[in-house]
Design a protein. Sequence first.
Length: 105
Amino acid sequence: MWQLFKPDIAAYVKNGLIWFSPQSGKLLSLCPFLRESKHAGEPNKTFYTCDIYYDRPEDCRFYPVTVKQMINDECEMLQEGDLANPQQAQKDLDTLLKESRPSYD
């Protein structure tokens, strides 16, 4: 569907896999559509937004499943409190993402 309707996104797909540089054809280490931002009221706090949120691939729609997976992937969405209390972080994650994926037990 990206090929037809979103060729700017499809340019980053190679052999059905994401995210490859359209220029070099090499695998990218980060999603090219992830943007780092700062909170206006908290200039030291970083958050991330997705430029293709409504057109994102299924991998992104269902990620993350577990806090453990986020830790293993060094996910930029982790916060200090998540590492201190991973069980509570998992409950919070399940609540936050309950509409977009099945809960992990």
